[in-house]
Ligand binder design. Structure first.
Ligand code: AHR
Length: 491
């Protein structure tokens, strides 16, 4: 049994829509085959971009999409990806499988975001690109007037400037982005960002490359040296059940690995708390935001697939990982301004998998769908009064339940609740202050721990109506089964 009090009168921070963002890298089949099939493909497309994928992502209200990497970003020379496709230089993707490619570039990415009706988030090349290259990219995208780059853009078919808000200056520059020390990166950041200009009404939100996981020294050094030149700093943290050498299978895992995975994913809460405490020492006015622009599970690739393509399946375990992390971001929405799941299609914790013309929605996709009402809503105060159990199967003890709650502009209360236990259902008594519990509806995603969707059985895991909710005078009583993610709306 567990008891909560949800006080809808005590509004906390606004949950930025961008917390529900995604990440698409030139990696494996994320862009090619995933988003982009080319105009001549028999797969239904608009300007080469798959219609089925666009429709599915619009349904979960994708707010922002990050591109072109990842590690790929720091070796991407954007000028190689514009102009007539047959004349574009072929580029080798040295990080990811050594494949040669050229047909998806800046204009295609901006077209993709237009179709998705989401904000573009571009990651610039600080590792191997020049200052001029970065400056020209911003000019090409956003300059409204006569200039070499705006004329080049017009020549490529786009007269009007694009609107670009989010721009990150380098990716993982402590590793694949140049193996820099934080002091060196911080100075490079100061230099490069100088030339990331605001043209006309376009105002760029500048994001600095942040730490890997718990590298607190990176955060402290970069914010101390360069904090006043940035709007936000990023954080990357992946949930790896095993070691980087042997990460574990995405579908064949033990009960112990289930709990290890959830235990490790819960570390996100501590990372956000500690990194922001450091940032606040140099930024007491709470101006600098945190952008968790890579998060999610990372397993061994599916047997028989290219190791450089990072293709993995997605089970109920991933659904729980998604539910927990999205709850964490909601609860830290005073600090976390954006988050981007890695990666949208066919790579790591994807929301969509494709095989030729076939497309399936993963359990993680369904969690984003069930949580979408939190986008733009206000986090409300919630107190956990009593909980009886923790799932302590191993030293990796996790709380049995994990939740967040928000109220949107129409006054609707939205509660999302995860049951992390593999074996037990819980009765959850929820007192609601400031709102009558009328018109209550619920959805549930549940199954066995390694249930997943395949191209032969694409709907093994999908949300169902949830009716184990009883309305009481001052709130709700919910019976939540094991291995489940639930969303409840009180109208
Ligand atoms: O998402 C896969 C890779 O993980 C990205 O390219 C890189 O930034 C991170 O190490």
């Amino acid at each position: 049994m567990a008891k909560y009090v949800i006080n809808t009168l005590n509004r906390k921070s606004k949950i930025n829509r961008e917390i529900y963002g995604h990440f698409s890298e030139h990696l494996g089949r994320c862009i090619y085959g995933g988003f982009y099939v080319g105009e001549n493909s028999p797969i239904p497309n608009t300007k080469g971009i798959r219609n089925d994928v666009v429709n599915a992502l619009k349904k979960i209200r994708i707010p922002v999409l990050r591109w072109p990497g990842g590690c790929f970003a720091d070796e991407y020379h954007w000028m190689d990806g514009i102009g007539p496709k047959e004349q574009r230089k072929k580029m080798i993707n040295t990080h990811w499988g050594g494949v040669v490619e050229a047909s998806f570039g800046t204009d295609e990415f901006m077209e993709l975001c237009r179709q998705l009706e989401c904000e573009p988030y571009i990651n610039g090349n600080l590792g191997s690109g020049t200052v001029k290259e970065m400056q020209d990219w911003i000019e090409y995208l956003t300059f409204d007037g006569i200039s070499p780059m705006s004329e080049l853009r017009a020549k490529n078919g786009r007269k009007e400037p694009y609107r670009l808000k989010y721009f990150c200056i380098g990716n993982e520059n402590w590793g694949c982005g140049g193996n820099m020390r934080p002091e060196f990166y911080a100075d490079m950041y100061r230099r490069y960002q100088t030339y990331v200009r605001n043209y006309g009404n376009n105002k760029i939100y500048k994001i600095a490359c942040g730490p890997n996981s718990d590298d607190y020294n990176w955060t402290e050094t970069v914010v101390k040296i360069a904090g006043r030149f940035m709007d936000a700093i990023s954080l990357h943290y992946y949930t790896v059940p095993g070691t980087w050498h042997s990460k574990g299978s995405s579908t064949k895992f033990t009960e112990e690995e289930w709990y290890i995975t959830l235990f490790k994913t819960l570390k996100m809460d501590e990372l956000i708390t500690k990194h922001t405490a450091i940032i606040r020492r140099y930024d007491p006015d709470n101006r600098i935001g945190l952008v968790v622009d890579e998060w999610g599970t990372w397993y061994d690739v599916e047997p028989g697939t290219n190791p450089g393509f990072l293709y993995q399946q997605n089970t109920m375990r991933d659904a729980l990982v998604a539910g927990i992390n999205l709850n964490i971001f909601n609860k830290h929405s005073d600090k976390v301004v954006m988050a981007n799941l890695a990666q949208t299609i066919n790579v790591l914790q994807a929301v969509i998998l494709t095989e030729g013309e076939k497309m399936l929605l993963t359990p993680t996709y369904h969690v984003f769908d069930m949580y979408k009402e939190h986008q733009g809503a206000e986090l409300v105060e919630k107190l956990l009064l009593k909980t009886e159990k923790k799932s302590a199967q191993t030293k990796y003890t996790v709380p049995n339940l994990h939740e967040s709650a928000s109220v949107n502009a129409d006054g609707k209360l939205h509660i999302t609740l995860c049951n992390l236990s593999l074996s037990e259902s819980y009765r959850v008594e929820t007192e609601i202050i400031g709102k009558k519990a009328e018109n209550v509806t619920g959805r549930i995603l549940t199954g066995k721990m390694n249930d997943h969707n395949t191209f032969d059985a694409p709907e093994t895991v999908k949300p169902q109506t949830f009716d184990k909710i009883s309305v009481r005078q001052n709130g709700l009583v919910i019976e939540i089964p094991p291995v489940s993610v639930v969303s409840i709306t009180v109208d």
